[in-house]
Ligand binder design. Structure first.
Ligand code: FES
Length: 137
């Protein structure tokens, strides 16, 4: 009787060992699936720091934002809606954000009006930079 019981225990241990080995092999795929789900951004990042040129900026039309990098490592964000008549700004060049409708120019460092009919600066928008990710602040 005890002999049978002993063989059963050994067989069970063998199965457990095999199961562990299989789990280890298949574990990579499971881990990968879990990791990619876990990495899905909750408060989606707006941009990567590398996307924003130093001395320039990037317009995120769908977010109504323009993100600039006046100096290396210094990031600012402003509303992309011109304070003149509400057009969306269309480009960032030579240190200014440009509205195409009547050529208002806004400074990339503080949104102030540098040229054109706009009566007030582009409103700043809060952002936070963590590592390489720029997110809503
Ligand atoms: S709406 Fe932007 S300059 Fe007129």
């Amino acid at each position: 009787m005890s002999g049978v019981a002993r063989r059963t225990v050994v067989a069970a241990a063998g199965s457990a060992g095999l199961a562990a080995a299989l789990a280890a092999c298949g574990g990579g795929a499971d881990d990968k699936g879990t990791a990619s789900e876990g990495a899905a951004p909750k408060g989606a990042a707006l941009a990567k720091t590398g996307d924003i040129p130093v001395g320039g900026g990037k317009i995120l039309a769908d977010k109504g934002l323009v993100i600039t990098q006046p100096k290396a490592g210094e990031f600012k964000a402003f509303s992309s809606k011109c304070t003149h008549q509400g057009c969306a700004v269309s480009s960032v060049q030579d240190g200014v954000i440009v509205c195409p409708c009547h050529q208002s120019h806004f400074d990339i460092s503080d949104g102030s009006v540098k040229a054109g009919p706009a009566p007030s600066p582009l409103p700043p928008e809060p952002i936070q930079v963590v590592g390489e990710e720029i997110s809503p602040g």
